[in-house]
Design a protein around this ligand. Sequence first.
Ligand SMILES: NC(=O)c1ccc[n+]([C@@H]2O[C@H](COP(=O)([O-])OP(=O)(O)OC[C@H]3O[C@@H](n4cnc5c(N)ncnc54)[C@H](OP(=O)(O)O)[C@@H]3O)[C@@H](O)[C@H]2O)c1
Length: 292
Amino acid sequence: MSVEQSKRSVTVIGLGPMGRAMAGAYLDAGYAVTVWNRTPGRAGELLARGAREAPSARAAVEANELVVLSLTDYDAVFEVLEAVEPALEGKVIANLSSDTPGRAREAARRLAEHGAAQLTGGVQVPPSGIGDPASSTFYSGPVELFQRHRAALEVLTGADYRGDDPGLAQLYYQIQMDLFWSSMVGYLHATAIAEANGITAEEFLPYLSSTAASMPGFQAFYAPRITGGDHRGDVDRLAMALAGIEHVRHTAEDSGVDGALPAVLAEAVRRGVEDGFGAASLTVLVGRFRRE
Ligand SMILES: NC(=O)c1ccc[n+]([C@@H]2O[C@H](COP(=O)([O-])OP(=O)(O)OC[C@H]3O[C@@H](n4cnc5c(N)ncnc54)[C@H](OP(=O)(O)O)[C@@H]3O)[C@@H](O)[C@H]2O)c1
């Protein structure tokens, strides 16, 4: 198959909400789309729009040079890859399933053993963002393959290439998710305290938004200091942070809300204070989180 042909046809394996949105975006862009899903019956609407359903994962891989994997995790990826091994030679697997950087590297190694290559992807938007060039996906893997298939990948979202190491796309994705999950759980905890005191989530929203909007300013102030190893406590002190988090925990508990979440935060800060960093900035925790 020529490069031109491969640019206009694609296989999508995995038809969860994300894979269905991806196959739909390719159909919208005029691609010939072959799909396969472990549980039959998920391709219905895509078939009505012109997609072709392969009878097996192997047949789906055989159909195109570019194969997009959108599976729950890499356990699912390894299970599918095992079933398609004889068809992998020469294939480019855009693996847009989430997992750890280490597992992404392992998958790339296994694919190379079978003559295939992986472009790892970390999709940063929900299915509703697929097909929108303003959305973004982290990619890593062989740069020449990324360049060759960039147009096809950009049918899904904007493409942010992070480097050759197949783990990098997942690393960037997971550090974004670290912030996302702690922010979302923190938001829900704060909302629980609000609701316990008769303030609805909607009433809380403008104040929540204002605090969230202040975060980029803090991050822009602290990032160069963290990079430079400068943790001076001139604008904030770890001991102050400990007292502040304890006030949150007590407010939660006084409201009948579980204080376990702020207690975990307080514990991380308390260890720093007990080790003699009470007068340093909260940013000193960056180094102390590391286990070496
Ligand atoms: N949804 C989001 O908002 C979002 C956002 C960013 C990134 N992502 C990532 O994108 C990926 C797909 O998301 P999704 O929401 O579509 O996930 P999902 O609902 O878990 O569906 C994923 C697909 O994986 C298949 N699968 C699971 N285990 C399998 C196995 N052992 N063998 C073969 N197929 C298997 C499922 O097939 P069956 O139908 O047979 O179960 C399904 O087609 C995930 O890695 C997710 O973390 C999702």
